[in-house]
Design a binder for this molecule. Structure first.
Ligand code: FDP
Length: 337
């Protein structure tokens, strides 16, 4: 079978009128930066990249060296190409403008440079997540407020998993596609076109240690899954929790399943655990484009009107039927109050 590189795929998408040259260049640049992050990640202890950076990010979380390195790689790669008006990252309080010496483009890029940080030092898959928005017309100095667009307006979204293989999953709103890095050649090669997530599943991902803090409808839903064949769902369910969102979502993209990071009493005041703009929105876009569903437990993630660059939300995503059941339990419980 003739292999199709990412570059060739992007050229074909451009010819089909599904993206413009600037967006195509942006994706190429992000993919190139992620190859550098993959190299840094793969070096592990001998690259001197493991451990704490000794700093904290805006959310008060301790930064790992690789968080900082990955952020710098993405910022540097994206500064000079002329495809961006500004970048925003989990690791920076405010958006980063494009330096004056470089031309500015029409896009806004948001990213979580290294998702699953707590897994870096133990050699478990981590990843990069990104989302691309259009810079509003007439805005030359984008501020945080210009990034606060509903998920439905995303032009592209993707993630890269740095695992046994480095894998890039992308959507531009015309299906979800997977590319695997050929390390010898240095190119991402199309490995799955138009991925479909099975609507039904018997596998769920959740941090069970938070169970006692969950809201009643979540307790009910997971309780029914755990009851298996003898319970109301009349089916045995299996559980997986990598604790790197990219790796958990990649499993769902590959064989189906559902992923939950619900609201719980510990994180209620923050609104959730995962960040809307550079975690939930891009993952929701990718999952929906693969035939899955993504909600906050109460409504569609992509319809949320963002209120802050680092806003957190509950996340329910994956196989459609299961996301619907869990969401229904929450909506029903709210209506009964
Ligand atoms: P991490 O804090 O290690 O960066 O983005 C946050 C995230 O990881 C997700 O990747 C992961 O799904 C989740 O948090 C893990 O949460 P727990 O620590 O509760 O397991």
């Amino acid at each position: 079978m003739k292999s199709i590189s990412l570059i060739q795929f992007l050229i074909e998408e451009r010819r089909a009128g599904r993206m413009n040259a600037e967006l195509s260049l942006l994706i190429e640049v992000v993919a190139r930066a992620c190859k550098r992050i993959a190299v840094a990640t793969n070096k592990g202890a001998i690259g001197g990249v493991l451990g704490e950076a000794g700093t904290g990010n805006i959310q008060g979380e301790a930064q790992k060296k690789l968080d900082v390195i990955s952020n710098e790689i993405l910022l540097e790669a994206n500064a000079w190409g002329g495809q961006l008006a500004a970048c925003a990252s989990e690791e920076m309080e405010d958006p980063q403008p494009i330096p004056d010496m470089y031309p500015k483009g029409h896009h806004l890029l948001l990213f979580d440079p290294l998702d699953g940080s707590s897994n870096i030092d133990v050699n478990i898959s981590v990843g990069t997540i990104f989302s691309v928005l259009r810079c509003p017309d007439g805005v030359t100095e984008p501020k945080a407020e210009h990034f606060l667009q509903e998920g439905t307006t995303q032009l592209a979204a993707g993630y890269v998993v740095y695992g046994p293989a480095t894998v890039l999953v992308l959507t531009f709103g015309h299906g979800t596609h997977e590319f695997t890095l050929d390390r010898e050649v240095g190119s991402f090669i199309l490995s799955r076109r138009d991925i479909r997530i099975p609507e039904e599943t018997a596998e769920f991902a959740i941090n069970m240690s938070n169970q006692r803090h969950w809201e009643a409808p979540m307790q009910r839903y997971i309780g029914e899954l755990l009851a298996g064949k003898d319970g109301p769902r009349a089916k045995d369910f299996n559980m997986r929790w990598v604790a790197s969102m990219v790796a958990d979502v990649h499993r769902i993209i590959t064989r189906g399943g559902v992923f939950f990071y619900p609201l719980d009493a510990k994180i209620k005041s923050k609104g959730g655990k995962l960040r809307l703009m550079y975690e939930a929105n891009p993952m929701a876009f990718i999952v929906e484009q693969a035939g899955g569903a993504a909600t906050t437990g109460r409504g569609r993630i992509l319809d949320l009107q963002p209120t802050g660059l680092h806003q957190r939300v509950p996340v329910f995503l994956g196989s459609k039927k299961e996301v619907e059941v869990a969401t229904h339990y929450h909506v029903e419980a709210d209506a009964a109050v």
